[in-house]
Design a protein around this ligand. Structure first.
Ligand SMILES: [Zn+2]
Ligand SMILES: [Zn+2]
Length: 174
């Protein structure tokens, strides 16, 4: 089972849509957990961002959740990068995604809800894919291809390519 954990304030339907997509792509049940507050110690006031790794490390994965995806609506960073869309810890079976930079409004553009939800699906599947041991894929249409920017994210699909699907079944992920 994949569990979804809202961390801080999250739009409800964003979580449901991420859950439906994860169920469809990985073929496992998905459950939404009770929301938890954002850990205040992960906030960097100078950067006005949250340190992604320290949120990841704080998440406790219940034993019934083989994989857990935390969803936040704050801007995330890791040292050395200006921002990250998300981060995964394959050893913990835990990943995190941020909604903040998936919205057109963040870039001063008119809102586009459909585009926002497509981006969310891709980021959610990508990070959970990492927790199943999948690395980055050279196929630019595959959800496991690396996104350096939203141009890359918008180009790929939310699905695994044939090669990644095979890898997933070989590692016994699903
Ligand atoms: Zn990645
Ligand atoms: Zn692939």
């Amino acid at each position: 089972m994949i569990c979804l954990l809202p961390i801080g304030e999250i739009q409800e339907d964003a979580i449901a849509i991420a859950g439906e997509t994860l169920r469809e792509v990985f073929g496992v049940p998905v459950r939404e957990l009770r929301p938890e507050p954002l850990p205040s110690e992960a906030f960097d006031p100078e950067r006005n961002q949250y340190h992604s790794t320290s949120i990841l490390l704080k998440i406790k994965r219940p034993s019934q959740c083989e994989r857990l995806l935390g969803i936040v609506d704050v801007d995330l960073y890791v040292p050395g990068l200006n921002f990250v869309f998300g981060e995964a810890s394959p050893t913990k079976g835990v990943a995190i995604v941020s909604l903040t930079r998936l919205r057109q409004e963040f870039y001063g553009l008119p809102p586009n809800r459909g585009l926002f939800l497509e981006r969310l699906k891709k980021e959610a599947v990508h990070e959970i894919g990492h927790t199943f041991g999948l690395g980055h894929c050279n196929n630019p249409g595959c959800v496991m291809s690396f996104s350096n920017s939203l141009i890359d994210t918008d180009r790929k699909s939310h699905r695994l390519c044939q090669r990644c699907r095979r890898l997933l079944s070989e590692t016994g992920g699903v």
